[in-house]
Design a protein around this ligand. Structure first.
Ligand SMILES: NC(=O)c1ccc[n+]([C@@H]2O[C@H](COP(=O)([O-])OP(=O)(O)OC[C@H]3O[C@@H](n4cnc5c(N)ncnc54)[C@H](O)[C@@H]3O)[C@@H](O)[C@H]2O)c1
Length: 348
């Protein structure tokens, strides 16, 4: 039986708890920790869990715990993940991996030093359309990839609470939703190395008193765009907004000289795969998609399965951290008003 500890007992922890409870023959939640002890205790009572802590370090001392779900707000992802890995526990950390590239790099290092799984909870990696596109691309159906788009225009999607403060969320629309499209596109392209970024991020609606958030607390971006250059001359256009006066539109598109992959996660058709030449480009979207799901239960199942069968991380930290490198570069480019270089850590 795999013993589970959950750090952070807020909104998303319930989905993690539910995922483990669905796997009761393989995993058991042993403890919950939250800096707000009452929240930890109440979650533990609700889930029938024995131990509740206000200090996760106490929880990490429990030998019955083999693995940890880090469900804290983003600014508190890195330290608990690093401490858990050093305590010999496997870690499933919520998306985004971390608030900064530095934090993400330290997490990836802790995972390789401890030889424990560090998986980032990015459920879109298991979306059937993403899996179909990945197989198509890995089969060289796009030829040479030269351009990609990761776009999420939300019409009215500004959240509240811990999501709108840099001190807890690390950033705004990029950390909350930009990470979904950016990571998916980087994954589909097999993680080309980013070289430079010209980007811009801004707080457009956050200052407004029209919303159901506190404008005085809102200090993150709700909008941003970037052009990312990669090795090999590939470019990627990234754009995300929590609120824009366009209709809602999300898309992840990759173009090669012999084909393309397009995913529209919230509209139909969701997937379009093309292959061929200039005069005979043909649609190859499969009628039957591979098995997969964006349900968090499915993600939890992959984590537990990897531990059970001593597999490597289903969503490894050393690939995921490219999202943090690019977000850092967009913030830096915004501050400097020019294109900036992306520094890739030596171990990548
Ligand atoms: N995968 C998804 O679909 C999905 C959905 C929502 C949120 N998320 C991610 O999950 C994370 C948490 O989101 P949420 O909505 O649950 O946030 P939340 O603010 O509701 O909960 C975070 C909890 O972490 C606790 N916490 C903070 N620092 C801690 C520490 N050092 N030790 C113990 N507890 C600590 C807080 O007290 C709070 O209870 C975010 O990173 C977010 O991006 C993912």
């Amino acid at each position: 039986m795999i013993g589970i500890g959950i750090i952070g007992a807020g909104g998303i922890s319930r989905a993690h708890a539910n995922g483990y409870m669905q796997l009761s023959d393989l995993a058991e939640i042993v403890a919950v920790a939250d800096i707000d002890y009452d929240r930890a205790r109440s979650a533990a009572n609700q889930w029938g869990v024995k131990h509740a802590f206000s200090d996760y370090q106490q929880m990490l001392k429990l030998d019955q715990i083999d693995a940890i779900s880090v469900c804290t707000y983003t600014k508190a992802h890195s330290q608990p993940s690093i401490d858990a890995l050093h305590a010999g526990k496997h870690v499933l950390v919520e998306k985004p991996m971390a608030a900064t590239a530095d934090e993400a790099i330290q997490m990836a290092k802790a995972s390789s030093q401890s030889n424990k799984i560090l998986m980032v909870g990015m459920k879109w990696r298991f979306m059937p359309e993403v899996l179909a596109a990945k197989a198509f691309i890995d089969n060289s159906k796009l030829g040479d990839i030269y351009y990609a788009e990761a776009i999420g225009w939300q019409h009215r999607g500004i959240p509240g609470r811990t999501f709108i403060q840099k001190e807890t969320a690390g950033g705004g629309a990029f950390m909350d939703n930009g990470v979904y499209t950016l990571d998916t596109v980087l994954y589909l392209m097999n993680h080309p190395k980013p070289v430079s970024v010209a980007g811009s991020s801004a707080n457009i609606f956050g200052h407004s008193t029209d919303g159901n958030w506190d404008p005085d607390q809102f200090n993150v971006e709700d909008f941003g765009t970037a052009l990312v250059r990669f090795e090999g001359g590939i470019t990627l256009f990234f754009a995300h907004s929590w609120a824009i006066n366009f209709r809602e539109q999300w898309q992840m598109r990759i173009a090669g000289n012999r084909g393309s992959a397009e995913i529209y996660p919230f509209s139909n058709p969701k997937l379009r795969l093309m292959h061929g030449g200039y005069n005979d480009l043909t649609e190859f979207t499969p009628a039957d998609l591979p098995e997969g799901s964006i349900d968090i239960n499915y993600e939890i199942k992959q984590f537990v399965n990897a531990i059970e069968n001593e597999l490597s991380s289903p969503i490894p930290a050393d690939t995921f951290l490219y999202t943090n490198l690019i977000f850092d570069a967009i913030y830096q480019s915004t501050d400097l008003g020019r294109e900036v270089k992306v520094d890739i850590p030596d171990f990548l």
